[in-house]
Write a protein that binds this ligand. Structure first.
Ligand code: SAM
Length: 229
């Protein structure tokens, strides 16, 4: 898998743009939607990330880091693709980036406050899904959070985007129930999921409506948040 993403060091953003071109929306729109929902959910949990250490597992070229850097105190990005990690490092010299083998995260037990993974698990072999989440839990301190953002397999437009995406040929999509089960099996508590990107067609002004339907499996993606105790 790492070889696949190594080839996208310079073209990851444009490959994503192409796969969602039918929506008429830019990649940035989708990145902001994720961060805004995560921010809202963290506020309801009274978690202030401003002095916290985030690890972004499967960070790729660090597409989300321009938006995450003003929010978190410190960012570490890890990925199996060494080329993507080199690109992320070039783009964001203030952060720490490391490539790894996809098995054991290059971090000590309980060394970060928040572990995030965005559109990564569907690229991980299914037999490794549980150990992937267990690793995230291992490195987060008690009181910290795990956040998984994934495609909603029940949304037909999401499936269309995945089918059109050059690097998604291997994707095995996982739904909310599976993601929540992986978290609970790992001992993560207070697990909750919200769907977002209800329609990829210019939903931003309709955010209140989107939030009202966030418990229904309608949105293009979902965010599952849980706490490490
Ligand atoms: C679709 S990209 C998402 C990149 C980034 N999270 C984003 O949202 O822009 C998937 C990334 O997962 C990485 N990846 C695949 N398997 C992985 C694993 N077992 N551990 C860490 N990263 C992995 C790939 O190298 C790739 O960079």
């Amino acid at each position: 898998m790492s070889e696949t993403f190594d080839a996208y060091r310079k073209s990851y953003g444009s490959a994503v743009e192409q796969s969602v071109a039918f929506t008429g929306l830019a990649h940035e729109f989708f990145l902001r939607a994720k961060i805004e929902l995560m921010d809202e959910m963290l506020k309801t949990r009274q978690f202030d990330p401003s002095d916290k250490h985030l690890v972004d597992v499967g960070c790729g070229v660090g597409s989300m880091h321009d938006l995450l850097m003003p929010m978190f105190g410190r960012i570490t990005g890890v990925d199996t693709s060494s080329e993507s990690i080199a690109e992320a490092r070039d783009r964001h010299p203030a952060n720490v980036y490391e490539s790894y083998d996809g098995q054991r995260l290059p971090l000590s037990d309980r060394s970060v406050d928040f572990a995030l993974t965005v559109c990564v698990i569907h690229h991980v072999p299914v037999v490794q899904w549980q150990s992937f989440v267990d690793e995230m839990r291992r490195v987060v301190r008690p009181g910290g959070f795990i956040c998984i953002i994934e495609h909603n397999p029940l949304n037909p437009l999401t499936r269309l985007g995945v089918a059109r995406c050059a690097f998604d040929a291997d994707a095995v999509l996982l739904g909310k129930a599976r993601t929540e089960a992986l978290m609970r099996q790992s001992g993560i508590v207070d697990v909750e999921t919200r769907y977002f990107l209800l329609s990829p067609f210019a939903v931003r002004p309709l955010q209140a409506i989107e939030r009202a339907f966030a418990r229904l499996p309608l949105g293009g993606q979902y965010l599952t948040l849980g706490m490490v105790r």
